[in-house]
Design a protein around this ligand. Structure first.
Ligand code: PNW
Length: 456
């Protein structure tokens, strides 16, 4: 079994854990927060497993100090969280809600007091419902509203927050939300999903500019969910299928963010569903989207293996489930080598100023044993394998500057409700008791060794 070497990671490497607002905060109807599209989606019958919702979640909003101590106890030097737009701007734009801002201000101060660097995500999927009612991401105006929101958050917190992520996983927000319909707002229209993707990317570009203007010293970037795509066989047709898959899932976001515009092969496949054909791309948009940023955030969980399937959807690919591989509780293949492949490929093809792994982790059905411990061997092994793969990428020249484990604690796992646990800390959702899992102990001990002899 491959073990990562703590001393193989550069000094001042960023080591963190990550969460997002709707998944942990609860207090959904307090202190002036307005509903988000996830409150609405959860209330619709049959959308979320078990009828679960984020009304209480991990009750983090009321347990801030205890959770800050918990984060500090892990020995991380960074914490990635997201700000709930409907707490800051209950009307989506316009009047600022001080109570909402105060919560994040206390969170940031609490992190800094503990020597932990805050990493603030501006959008992790909880769009104010009022903006959805006005058209949501398929409407261009939502990107402009995001720019205003980004400016407000950066102006209020940019004196203490030095790292901003604009949008978390535009592919998931656009495609799972508007194409596949499994995330809020639950629509199933391919053309709409590409309209959403264009406006999410535009929002990113406007967000970069807004953060730069309001918080000049801050670093800003986007987080993409990326999965390296492999052909099922060495047949040329399968190689072509893997390239199409890569265009849809990866290059569609990477190319415009790095100033290259949309990949033309994917545009052609999309036909009338492409943003160009829908006349959504206005002069200047690609310059805004391509505004140089300070880092690329990558959320990596698995890879995809595909074969060609002519006529199967617009993409003509079929996802396979390779035999002999290990799978997580989500049925995602454990594919650590694809992390090294992905990092080296990003370095080679895009030369980002810096790469941060902003999420990596796995879900398994954990159980608390009699003695109160959680033996999540599979998750522990997952982290070990992926950090070992990251080490290989670093040795090969990939400029990776940090790693965030997903997640600090078990939380509301979107359409899966509370059934799927990703935490390195176990949460009992009846009592809200937090228990460090074996994976959490391993991560803490690994970070202790990785950061040995370094100034705090
Ligand atoms: C990410 N996919 O979502 C999110 O950023 C987290 O909020 C979430 O809890 C975590 O991964 C685990 O699911 C994803 O279908 C959802 O490829 C779906 C996909 C990828 C990432």
């Amino acid at each position: 079994m491959t073990q990562p070497h703590p001393q193989a990671f550069p000094p001042r490497f960023t080591w963190g854990v990550a969460t997002s607002s709707y998944q942990i905060e609860g207090a959904a109807h307090e202190d002036g927060r307005s509903p988000s599209i996830w409150d609405t989606f959860c209330a619709a019958p049959g959308k979320v497993k078990g009828g679960d919702n984020g009304d209480v979640a991990c009750d983090h909003y009321h347990r801030l100090d205890g959770d800050l101590d918990l984060i500090a106890s892990l020995g991380v030097n960074a914490y990635r969280f997201s700000v709930a737009w409907p707490r800051i701007l209950p009307g989506g734009r316009g009047a600022v809600n001080r109570a909402g801002l105060d919560f994040y201000s206390r969170l940031v101060d609490g992190l800094l007091a503990r020597g932990i660097t805050p990493w603030l995500t501006l959008y992790h999927w909880d769009l104010p419902q009022v903006l959805q009612d006005a058209g949501g991401w398929p409407a261009r105006d939502t990107a402009l509203a995001f720019g205003e929101y980004a400016a407000i958050v950066a102006a209020e917190l940019g004196d203490r927050v030095g790292h901003f992520i604009t949008i978390n996983e535009p592919w998931v927000a656009a495609y799972l939300g508007h194409g596949a319909g499994v995330h809020a707002p639950g629509h199933t229209d391919l053309a709409e999903s590409f309209a959403a993707s264009h406006h999410l990317l535009l929002a990113h570009g406007l967000g970069v500019r807004a953060v730069r203007a309001a918080a000049p010293g801050a670093q800003v970037g986007i987080t993409l969910n990326l999965a390296a795509a492999y052909p099922a066989t060495d047949r040329e047709a399968d190689h072509a299928a893997a390239h199409r898959q890569d265009g849809f899932a990866n290059r569609w976001y990477l190319d415009p963010v790095f100033g290259r515009g949309y990949p033309q092969d994917t545009v052609k496949l999309l036909g009338n569903a492409s943003p160009q054909a829908q006349e959504l791309v206005r002069p200047g948009d690609l310059d805004i989207i391509g505004t140089p940023s300070d880092f690329l955030g990558v959320n990596m969980y698995s890879r995809s293996v595909v074969e060609t399937a002519p006529g199967e959807g617009w993409l003509g690919v079929r996802q396979l489930r390779p035999e002999g591989s290990e799978y997580t509780g989500f049925d995602w293949e454990v594919a650590p080598q694809s992390l090294s492949d992905l990092m080296l490929r990003l370095q080679r093809d895009y030369t980002p100023r810096a790469i941060y792994i902003t999420e990596n982790g796995a879900t398994y059905p954990d159980t608390v044993s009699e003695d109160g411990t959680v033996h999540d061997e599979a998750r522990t092994r997952y982290f070990q394998q992926h950090l070992a793969a990251l080490e290989v990428a670093l040795a090969g020249g990939a400029k990776v500057s940090g790693y965030f484990a997903w997640s600090l604690m078990d939380n509301f796992e979107w359409a899966e409700g509370y059934d799927k646990r990703f935490g390195i800390v176990h949460v009992d959702f009846d009592t809200q008791a937090r228990t460090l899992k074996q994976s959490g102990r391993w991560y803490r001990d690994f970070l202790t060794r990785a950061q040995q002899g370094q100034p705090a």
